[in-house]
Design a protein around this ligand. Structure first.
Ligand SMILES: Cc1cc2nc3c(=O)[nH]c(=O)nc-3n(C[C@H](O)[C@H](O)[C@H](O)COP(=O)(O)OP(=O)(O)OC[C@H]3O[C@@H](n4cnc5c(N)ncnc54)[C@H](O)[C@@H]3O)c2cc1C
Length: 409
């Protein structure tokens, strides 16, 4: 993998820096974490600015409305945005980072034309309705049912831990369309409008005080059959695509943010005398190495997801899958990140918790001050080893699919 920057990539970096320096000072302050409608408006406005300036969907294939930029340009974008203090993806997380890429990979041309442009412009926000009270790690146990009635599915059931549900326009929803089939074979992936009659959203408050997720209650909600992405009953396969994006590439930008926080920890420790503690210094050094390694893994995952051929900054290509007339870039895993994403998700979520534990060490008594941003971040870091699949589940995937160990009972 060639990690040197080309002249073109450096020119891209310069243009981006100039643009960020021009627009960021004009942004209003970000609404507080408990004001989700305010956050939605803020995140959508930022996405629109990116879109108008040509920076939206850099990592999306060009024929899905993206820029078809190189993986390196995408990573430069994340690095420079973070360094300049640009807003993070926020409420656009699901749409931009896994629902959109799933529709780009699996949707029909009409579905791509309907849903992808509004995601890129920040006009429509998505949420993810996968987990249910008895179907989290064991996702295939889901019970929300969808019964075909003419051109619609009639959906009844409930979902839980649905991030951004309070402000979302669409939900990537998993439903059981064939209750008689083996668990993994009777599922379908639907795009459900959140304003459809029968959808009730009940916000849940997190440890950190935000209502970023909610319970969803679905009572005979009519969803057009044309909103199904992939074939009927083939939703498990589509779900694996969504989870590959969620675990493999969705948290990429946050690694840059963690590296910035680590730098701030070192500066604060020098200023308040904690730097004299050799044990703490070693801990920060180890974290620095860990995040540097995660960044390299990120480069690999992003390259793989974008299907970059060998010698062009990406991993070795596999045989091209048969995709008919499709012109999307395809690589080792057909444009979708591979199981390496589970290695990333596993290590990243633990490193993030270790980072904020170290922050508490650096802060000393101040770590009890709930108003300090690192304290709220420490509380929310606890969720990362659960969200998008727990660490135990990632370890199972690594053991079975990467190391080839026998399947557990
Ligand atoms: C901040 C946050 C945001 C989230 N956002 C969303 C969202 O937007 N949409 C959505 O659909 N879901 C969302 N989730 C839900 C998340 O995906 C689930 O919480 C997660 O998959 C775990 O499922 P569970 O909570 O049902 O736990 P369970 O599946 O009940 O697991 C309980 C414990 O048992 C362990 N366990 C279970 N099965 C096995 C096994 N086979 N081998 C080893 N250990 C096992 C688990 O690792 C865990 O430690 C979110 C969660 C969090 C924390």
């Amino acid at each position: 993998m060639d990690l040197a920057y080309t002249a073109e990539e450096e020119a891209f970096r310069d243009r981006l820096r100039t643009w960020l320096a021009e627009v960021l000072p004009k942004l209003p302050p970000k609404p507080v974490a408990t004001d989700w409608p305010g956050r939605r408006a803020y995140d959508a406005a930022w996405q629109r600015m990116l879109y108008d300036a040509g920076y939206a969907g850099l990592h999306w294939p060009a024929d899905a409305g993206g820029r078809g930029a190189t993986p390196t340009q995408h990573l430069i974008f994340l690095e420079e945005s973070e360094k300049a203090g640009a807003p993070y993806v926020g409420a656009n997380f699901v749409g931009l980072l896994h629902a959109g890429p799933t529709i780009a990979a699996e949707g029909t041309p009409a579905q791509r034309a309907r849903w992808l442009p509004p995601i890129l412009r920040g006009d429509e926000i998505w949420c993810q309705g996968f987990s249910e009270p008895d179907a989290g790690s064991d996702l295939a146990a889901l019970r929300t049912r969808a019964v075909r009635d003419g051109d619609d599915y009639v959906v009844t059931g409930s979902k839980i831990w649905t991030s951004h549900a309070e402000v979302a326009d669409w939900c990537e929803l998993l439903v059981r369309t064939d209750p008689e089939a083996p668990r993994h074979r009777g599922i379908s992936w639907l795009a459900m409008p959140m304003d459809a009659p029968g959808v009730t959203v009940r916000p849940l408050r997190t440890l950190a005080g935000s209502t970023e997720f909610a319970e969803l209650f679905l009572d005979e909600v009519r969803v057009p059959a044309g909103n199904r992405v992939g074939a009927e009953h083939d939703g498990w396969r589509v779900t694996m695509v969504t989870l590959s994006f969620e675990r493999g590439t969705a948290f990429v930008g946050e690694v840059v943010a963690c590296r910035r926080v680590l730098g701030e920890l070192a500066r604060t420790a020098r200023a308040n005398g904690r730097w004299d503690d050799a044990v703490l210094r070693r801990r920060l050094g180890r974290l620095n190495a860990e995040f540097a390694a995660l960044w390299r893994l990120t480069q690999w995952n992003v390259s793989e997801a974008m299907g970059v051929p060998p010698g062009h900054g990406g991993p070795p290509a596999r045989a091209k899958p048969s995709v008919g007339e499709d012109s999307r870039p395809r690589g080792r895993s057909g444009g979708v990140p591979g199981t390496g994403g589970s290695v990333f998700k596993l290590r990243y979520s633990h490193a993030r918790q270790e980072l904020y534990d170290a922050a508490a060490e650096v802060l000393g008594g101040q770590a009890l001050d709930a108003a300090h941003p690192w304290v709220a971040d420490r509380l929310s870091a606890l969720a990362y080893t659960i969200a998008a699949g727990t660490s135990q589940i990632q370890r199972n995937i690594v053991a079975e699919r990467i190391l080839g160990l026998p399947k557990g009972r």
